[in-house]
Write a protein that binds this ligand. Structure first.
Ligand code: GUN
Length: 287
């Protein structure tokens, strides 16, 4: 059994991004990321702080707009409009979830798709489905990078994704389909989850339910990717997979923490660098 070390890979990617940014800075260009955080959800705050620190370390200029839960939708749209027009900002990220009085889809659609480093805008989602170059949601993109690093080619593999969210499951499905895998996607209404996971060469799970995937649900030598993040009663961070028992049966597995999690931020930096490079290329074309 091999541990898929996302922490190590993320550190390597972040070092490469930093080096590329260093070169760009020599040409007078600094990539910029704007983050919008609404409300005081502790998990969202933690994620935004981590993203801010990662930007600082990579020399990405970042600004975080912190707004109270009571903020109006129009005010957020106004700030987004400013960010869309700001030439120092290459990437815009609105941390989700948003409070219930805000229409999340409307906010996402208001982001300039050229600055959509989260890959949530329907323009980018559509391009991903069509197999075209696009900004792709960071967590599933991170999973693809882990597979690539460990030379696991999805082509022809039976892959079962558990969780069908817009942020993780659906982009994961499209990335794998584009890589010629046969993909099965399960969700809360799936009747017999085990009958799907048991057939799979690769099981990818991200639903936020500790202990959901047990060793009887996977076949021998399967590859298991755990995107779940849960805190147990005694404060321990665990994924959606019963790691101790599943690890004994599979060929490769991601740990939690230290698996997919660190890759999400590494991919955000990668997407922000990509947005900056695209902006420069566009400027050159206009010359
Ligand atoms: N909330 C949970 N995951 C994410 C993410 O990847 N991006 C944003 N913007 N919000 C999230």
């Amino acid at each position: 059994m091999t541990i898929l070390d996302g922490k190590k890979l993320a550190a390597k990617i972040r070092k490469n991004v930093k080096e590329e940014i260093h070169t760009l800075q020599g040409e007078g260009i600094t990539p910029g990321l704007a983050v919008i955080l609404v409300g005081d959800d502790p998990a969202s705050r933690t994620y935004v702080n981590m993203k801010e620190r990662a930007c600082e370390e990579a020399n990405i200029y970042s600004i975080v707009h912190k707004m109270p839960t009571s903020i109006s939708q129009d005010k957020i749209l106004e700030i987004l409009d400013m960010m869309n027009k700001n030439d120092y900002i290459d990437g815009i990220l609105v941390q989700l979830p948003l409070p219930p009085h805000i229409d999340t889809n409307k906010i996402i659609e208001a982001i300039d798709h050229n600055k959509d480093v989260d890959g949530f805008h329907p323009f980018n989602v559509g391009r991903l489905v069509a197999g075209l170059d696009s900004y792709v949601s960071c967590t599933p993109l991170g999973v693809m990078k882990i597979l690539e690093e460990y030379k696991i080619d999805p082509k022809g593999l039976n892959i079962c994704i558990v969780g069908a969210s817009n942020i993780v499951g659906k982009p994961m499905l499209n990335l794998l389909l584009n890589a010629n895998a046969t993909v099965d996607i399960c969700h809360v209404y799936t009747k017999d989850l085990k009958s799907h996971t048991k057939k799979a060469d690769v099981v990818i799970v991200g639903v936020g339910k500790a202990g959901l995937i047990t060793e009887d649900m996977i076949k021998d030598d399967a590859i298991v990717i755990d995107i779940g993040i849960n805190r147990t009663e005694n404060g321990k961070l665990v994924g959606d997979v019963d790691f101790e028992n599943v690890a004994k049966k599979c060929s490769y597995i991601t740990p939690v923490p230290g698996g997919v999690g660190p890759m999400t931020i590494a991919m955000l930096l990668t997407n922000t660098l990509k947005a900056a490079k695209n902006r420069i290329a566009k400027k050159e074309q206009l010359k």
